[in-house]
Design a protein around this ligand. Structure first.
Ligand code: RIB
Ligand code: NA
Length: 334
C-alpha cells in the first residue's frame, strides 16, 4: 500500500522577531504569518512531495482537525501534496490544533514553539478502528510514521506489533515523552535529535552514565554523540535485528547506523545556506528519509537526499509550504 502518517495537524501562527521579549516586556516584532504545520502534517506533506514521481505507492494522513476554517485549509494542503485525507476526521466542538511559533531572525531563524493540541487530542483509536485503518489483506510493505503530538502513539504501535507484524514502525519522539524500555524495542526506524537522544538515555540508563557523556560533549561533540547513537541502536532499537537509528545534530550534520551496517557514520550538514526559518526542517528530513528507504535506497544515499531536502526547507518561510519537490532535491544530488 504505502506510507501512513498518524499524527498532528496544526495551524502555525508565526511571529518573526529580532529577539525574544523578557518577562513583562512588550515590543514590536517584524512580521506575522500563518502556515500549515504540525509534525504529523509536515511529515506527510514531505513524504507526498518528496516521493519519486514515477513510484505509485500511496501516502495517507491519519488524524483530526476541528470544524473550523483552519481544519479545511490544512486538509487542502495535504491534498495538494498528494496525501490521502480520507482518515483525517473533523471533530465538533473543538478547535484545530495550533502552534504559536517565535522565529528569531537575528539568530539564524531559530524557533520556539508552543502547541495547543485541540483536535489532535482526539487522535486515539481502539482496535476495531485500527483494523479498519489497516485492513489485514495487504501484502506489500507498509511504513507507519509516528511523532508524539497525539495522546498515545505507543498503544497504536503496540497494536501494530501484535496485529501487523510486517509493518515497519518509524518513530520521532517529539515532543519527548518517557517510555518503557520494551516500548522502544518496538521501533524499526528511530529518528531523534541530539536532545531527544539524551532524554531517552536518561530514562533508560543510570543518571551517572548520561552525566559523564554530557560533561565530555563540549570536548568532542561528534565523538560523544557517536557513542550515544551506538548505545541507542545496540541496546534498544536493533532488538528485532532490523533496526535503524538516525540522529540529527542541527547545523552540524547527521549520525546514523543500521542493522546492515552497525558502524556509526556521520554526514556533515550543508554549509553556507541562507537560513530564513528552520521550522519543519526536521520533519522534511524525516519525510525525505522515509520515502528514500521505502523506495529501496541505501541508508547513506537516503541520508544525503534528506539532508539536501531539509537544507532547502530552511531557506524559505513556513513549515509544510517551504518543502521542496523531489526533482529539486534530486538535481542537487548530482
Ligand atoms: O516540527 C515543526 C512543527 O512543530 C510546527 O509546524 C508546529 O506546528 C509544531 O508542531
Ligand atoms: Na522553513
Amino acid at each position: 500500500m504505502g506510507i501512513t502518517v498518524i499524527g498532528s495537524l496544526n495551524y502555525d501562527l508565526d511571529t518573526f522577531t529580532d529577539r525574544l521579549p523578557d518577562a513583562g516586556e512588550t515590543f514590536r516584532a517584524n512580521r506575522f504569518e500563518t502556515h500549515a504545520g504540525g509534525k504529523g502534517l509536515n511529515q506527510a506533506v514531505a513524504i507526498g512531495k518528496l516521493k519519486r514521481p514515477s513510484s505509485n505507492y500511496s501516502v495517507r494522513m491519519i488524524g483530526n482537525v476541528g470544524n473550523d476554517a483552519f481544519g479545511e485549509q490544512l486538509k487542502g494542503v495535504l491534498n495538494d501534496s498528494s496525501v490521502d485525507t480520507t482518515h483525517v476526521s473533523t471533530c465538533e466542538g473543538i478547535s484545530t490544533g495550533t502552534a504559536t511559533i517565535l522565529i528569531e531572525e537575528k539568530s539564524g531563524g531559530q524557533n520556539r514553539i508552543l502547541i495547543v493540541e485541540g483536535a489532535n487530542g482526539k487522535t486515539v483509536y481502539d482496535s476495531r478502528q485500527l483494523s479498519r485503518i489497516f485492513p489485514e489483506d495487504k501484502v506489500e510493505e507498509e511504513y507507519v510514521v509516528f511523532q508524539h503530538e497525539i495522546p498515545d502513539p505507543i498503544s497504536i504501535i503496540k497494536w501494530l506489533h501484535e496485529n501487523r507484524p510486517n509493518f515497519r514502525v518509524v518513530y520521532n519522539p517529539s515532543p519527548f515523552k518517557a517510555m518503557d524500555r520494551e516500548d522502544w524495542e518496538l521501533i524499526d526506524l528511530l529518528v531523534v535529535n541530539e536532545i531527544e537522544a539524551l532524554q531517552i538515555l536518561e530514562t533508560i540508563f543510570d543518571y551517572k552514565f548520561v552525566e559523564e557523556i554530557k560533561e565530555r560533549i563540549s570536548d568532542d561533540f561528534i565523538g560523544e554523540y557517536r557513542k550515544v547513537c551506538e548505545v541507542l541502536h545496540k541496546t534498544l532499537i536493533d532488538h528485532k535485528k532490523k533496526g535503524t537509528v538516525v540522529m540529527t545534530l542541527g547545523s552540524r550534520g547527521v549520525l546514523f547506523c543500521s542493522y546492515e551496517d552497525p558502524r556509526v557514520q556521520f554526514l556533515p550538514a550543508i554549509k553556507d545556506v541562507c537560513v530564513v526559518d528552520t521550522t519543519g526542517a526536521g520533519d522534511t528530513f524525516l519525510g525525505a528519509l522515509v520515502t528514500q528507504l521505502y523506495q529501496g535506497e541505501k541508508l547513506p544515499v537516503a541520508i544525503k537526499f534528506s539532508t539536501l531536502a531539509s537544507s532547502l526547507t530552511i531557506q524559505k518561510k513556513g513549515a509544510a509550504e517551504s518543502m521542496p519537490a523531489f526533482e529539486s532535491v534530486q538535481n542537487c544530488m548530482k
